[in-house]
Design a protein around this ligand. Sequence first.
Ligand code: IVH
Length: 661
Amino acid sequence: MNIKIRIDELRRLLNRYNYEYYIEDNSTVSDQEFDDLLHELIRLENENPEYKSDDSPTVRVGTVILDKFEKVTHDIPMMSLNNAFNEDDLYAFDERVRKVVSDVTYNVELKIDGLAGSLKFENGSLVLGATRGNGVIGENITSNLRTVKSIPLSIDYDNNLEVRGEVFMSKKSFDKSNTERRNLSQEEFKNPRNAAAGSVRQLDSKVAASRNLDMFIYSVISPVNHGLSTHIESLDFARKLGFKVNPLSKKCKTIEEVIEYINIYTEKRNDLKYEIDGIVIKVDELALYDVIGYTAKSPKWAIAYKFPAEEVITKINSITLQVGRTGQITPVANLDPVMVQGSTVSRATLHNEDYISEKDIRENDYVVIRKAGDIIPEVVRIVLERRTSESKKFSMISKCPVCNEDTSRKDGEVDLYCVNPFCDAKTIEGLIHFASRKAMAIEGLGDRIIEQFYNDNLIKTIDDIYMLEKHRMDLVVKEGFGQKSITKLLDSIEASKNNNLDKFLFGLGIRHVGEKVSKVLATKFKDIENFYELTKEELTDVDEIGEVIADSVISYFNDDKNKELLLKLKLLGLNMLYTSNVVLKEEFEGKTFVLTGKLELYKRDEAKALIESLGGKVSGSVSKKTSFVVAGTDAGSKLTKANQLGVKVISEQDFKDLLDR
Ligand code: IVH
């Protein structure tokens, strides 16, 4: 058969099956049949590169690796929406709209929690996929968006077309990605929004492809050019062209109907396969847009109702104790699993004995929980009305739950500690900390593996990590690892030997020496050999080092067991020197930055690392000493404070320009 004809046929089939699966949720072929066709197409395209094409389904597996993302200026700025937080705000919005136009129809839609994206098509082919950026300039992420299966690579429409929507990660893909990341001891994504934002900014589109992103289209740009007169018509138009459009939107004639819809989805949001953070209300008649008008940042014909932080009731089945790296014993509530803001919660920290008695928390009680700071679940209060005779008071034990040795609670402190230096729990947590991402970042040596190796006597102390190579064969036979994954693990252990001194110091888990103090100490004293002789004065002379930290450092380096460990590690070839990778840049040197609001061009960690690598500092709060406040979208009190104090506020784009200068 003619090769070109077969290639076209395969593309047609794959596009159809893809549409059925990702948009209609109704597959007519098996995964195996789909994969066979895809592989046949990949082979034919590789053998006949002249037929390769950017809108072939083969680009969905990800092929492109970029150095950086190009900037793109949006033809029409990507605005954001004003927020409503309660019914009063919604009535006020309705009143404002009706003051201008008395007869109006609304379309209410789910506010998908992801990031805004724009797609441009020319002659029916996807030519550009971009992020919102600062609304005026975004980034070209076409190669990553081409891997998103619900985005058509070609459409049956020849006019130029731009559509916009929300790129997101489903709850299922989010849980799957986090399980994988946990197993690789990579930092877990905080929530599906962060996961999606991080994924579209991957320079390697294969990585983006592996994240299973999705996209709902929520607007057609310049709709009048496409003969459209209402927003609902434009959604139907997009749907017919093959875009995925959320089916749960509703036409409403009154604000009361809008509120009813909001109440329904406030209840139902946990049952959805993706996260939503609110409801968007839009005027339906496009001709009214200009009449109602715009502010500098947002249209006046739409508003976003934001859900309050979700609180959920569940039962505490038991309270158990967890022993941390420092020996701190923390009570944890084991809950009937419940969904809170998109992920399943089955445990919540109860902090300490005092916290439990203050809130009178008991086993078998029902409690209200919510996520604090987006991720860590906390118990807000108990539901006293639901307490039964099964409710059981919790009493703190006096022995360590792991090693059964004595515990101590210092005068005036709330926390209980295991005093046994050889407690298994402490040792395992210490090893986990050493290998963790912010310390030595040994990929593949996560919590579960360390615990397994510890119990199998393969890793008992930090130096054992660097002697794991000797057990290569045991690992294949006994632990059932594949050759490939062992080689990967041993390679990352080997690579960690070259880490800078601050990472190593942090990994040692010296009490009171966190990530920041490790950096300060490493920068100042440079070589581990210098630490043995340090006096309290020398240490407290350093900014940010107080007496408690100084005492802890001195006692760590005076301990013979620690000295022995450090010597062994040195002989095993670990780097113990600090090499500065700071290249001072005038705009950053000695300056203090505060990052606030939602950043889109950089991850927070990334922005912080960049500032520090150029000689600047990052602070969490605004004061007169702050040099710059970098304000992303939805910046709140820090921005207000900066304005009050007259501190210079720059946008994320200005920040990028400073970096690029
Ligand atoms: S309409 C003029 N509709 O919410 C702005 N936005 O500030 C048009 N979002 O980042 C936005 N779901 O990406 C619209 N159904 C929806 C949406 C939605 C999520 C996001 C959007 C933007 C933010 C609003």
